[in-house]
Design a protein around this ligand. Structure first.
Ligand SMILES: Cc1cc2nc3c(=O)[nH]c(=O)nc-3n(C[C@H](O)[C@H](O)[C@H](O)COP(=O)(O)O)c2cc1C
Length: 200
């Protein structure tokens, strides 16, 4: 069975919804999936200064384990997801990526499939720049980057060639049916590519 790790950060559930749709697509393609949520890295003082953050984090952490080094080693494919933070990746997801230095040093991630997804508040608020910024650590880790291109009709309605995405309008709008269709396609595509890469 092809093993897919979906490691994401989500504060208010938008990126989480994309993650679960990617998991559905991967499972439909025959994958075993681990869904993991990266944990907060800022102080309790900062978290408590933002209404609802602590409660949202506690609810999501009850649903998902934190991603570990062992999860990344286990996986044939690693799919990273993040909400946009000033046009780039969240520090919470980046902290998980940075924890993979030991595996990187041993070359243990070389040749696995890698893919990315994310969400932003506004249509031009940095969705694509966030996904492209995630391509950089994927390359350093030695992952074989799996973009979506326009390889499925869903990409002509939503998403990006770099990965699934959604625009939440300040977290008020969950991913649309079209966004979720792209996400399911991403799960299938990354599973298919990881399966093909495994013998190599
Ligand atoms: C500190 C911070 C920075 C953000 N920066 C951006 C940004 O540059 N562009 C944007 O469109 N949204 C930005 N957002 C909004 C989130 O990326 C957006 O609401 C996202 O859909 C939330 O996803 P989540 O529910 O998975 O946490 C920012 C949010 C925070 C808290």
């Amino acid at each position: 069975m092809t093993k897919v790790l979906i490691a994401f950060y989500s504060r208010s559930g938008v990126t989480e919804a994309l993650a679960t749709a990617i998991a559905d697509g991967a499972r439909a393609a025959g994958a075993e999936v681990r869904l993991r949520r990266a944990r907060e890295v800022v102080s309790a003082e900062v978290i408590n200064s933002v209404p609802g953050w602590a409660e949202q984090a506690a609810a999501l952490n009850a649903k998902y384990e934190a991603p570990t080094e062992a999860d990344a080693e286990w996986a044939d494919a690693i799919v990273f997801g993040s909400p946009t933070r000033f046009g780039s990746v969240s520090s919470e997801l980046k902290a998980y990526i940075d924890s993979l230095g030991g595996l990187w040093f041993q070359g243990k991630l070389n040749g696995k499939a890698g893919s990315v997804f994310g969400s932003s508040s506004t249509p031009h608020g940095g969705n694509e720049s966030t996904l492209i910024s995630l391509y950089t650590p994927l390359a350093h880790l030695g992952l074989i980057i799996v973009p979506l291109g326009y390889a499925d009709p869903s990409l002509f309605k939503a998403g990006t060639p770099y990965g699934a995405s959604s625009v939440s309008f300040n977290q008020a709008t969950p991913p649309t049916a079209d966004d979720l269709e792209v996400a399911r396609f991403q799960g299938k595509r990354v599973t298919t590519v990881a399966k093909a890469l495994r013998p190599a």
